[in-house]
Design a protein around this ligand. Structure first.
Ligand SMILES: [Zn+2]
Length: 134
C-alpha cells in the first residue's frame, strides 16, 4: 500500500487535465500534508483525494478477494480507517477535504472541485474578519 497510490493513477490524471483546462492551478502529492493529498489548492486550503475503488472500498466496486479473505478484510478496513484519520488531521489544520472515487466522471469531478475552490476563496476566513464585526 505504501508504494501503491503514490504514483498518479489514470483517473487522477484525467481530473488534473480537466482542472488545468479550467485554468485551475494546484500542487500534487503535497508532501507536507497528512496523507499527501493527490491534488492541493494551497490558497483555498483545499485537499482532494482520488480514491481507488478497490483500496478504499468503493460501495460499487469494492470487491473482496476470495483468497485470504480475512487478511484482505482487515487490510482494506485499515485503509478506510486511515483515510478518516487523514481527514481529521487535515481539518484540524484548517483544510477542507474532498474525496472522489476513481470511477467518477473526471469532468464532473473537476466541476465540483472548481465550484468548491471558488466558494472557499470567496468565503472570508475567520481570522480575516475585522474585530468590529465580532
Ligand atoms: Zn468504484
Amino acid at each position: 500500500m505504501k508504494r501503491m497510490g503514490r504514483a498518479s493513477t489514470k483517473p487522477e490524471l484525467l481530473i488534473r487535465r480537466e482542472l488545468h483546462r479550467r485554468g485551475l492551478r494546484f500542487r500534487i502529492n503535497h508532501p507536507a500534508l497528512p496523507g499527501r493529498p493527490d491534488i492541493v489548492f494551497t490558497r483555498a486550503r483545499l485537499a482532494v483525494f482520488v480514491d481507488g475503488c478497490f483500496w478504499h472500498r468503493c460501495p460499487q466496486h469494492g470487491v473482496m478477494p476470495k483468497n485470504n479473505r480475512e487478511w484482505w478484510e482487515a487490510k482494506l478496513q485499515r485503509n478506510v480507517e486511515r483515510d478518516r484519520e487523514k481527514d481529521t488531521a487535515l481539518s484540524a489544520l484548517g483544510w477542507q477535504v474532498r474525496h472522489f472515487w476513481e470511477h467518477e466522471d473526471p469532468a464532473a469531478v473537476a466541476s465540483e472541485i472548481d465550484q468548491t475552490w471558488r466558494q472557499l476563496l470567496t468565503t472570508p476566513k475567520p481570522d480575516s474578519r475585522s474585530t468590529q464585526d465580532v
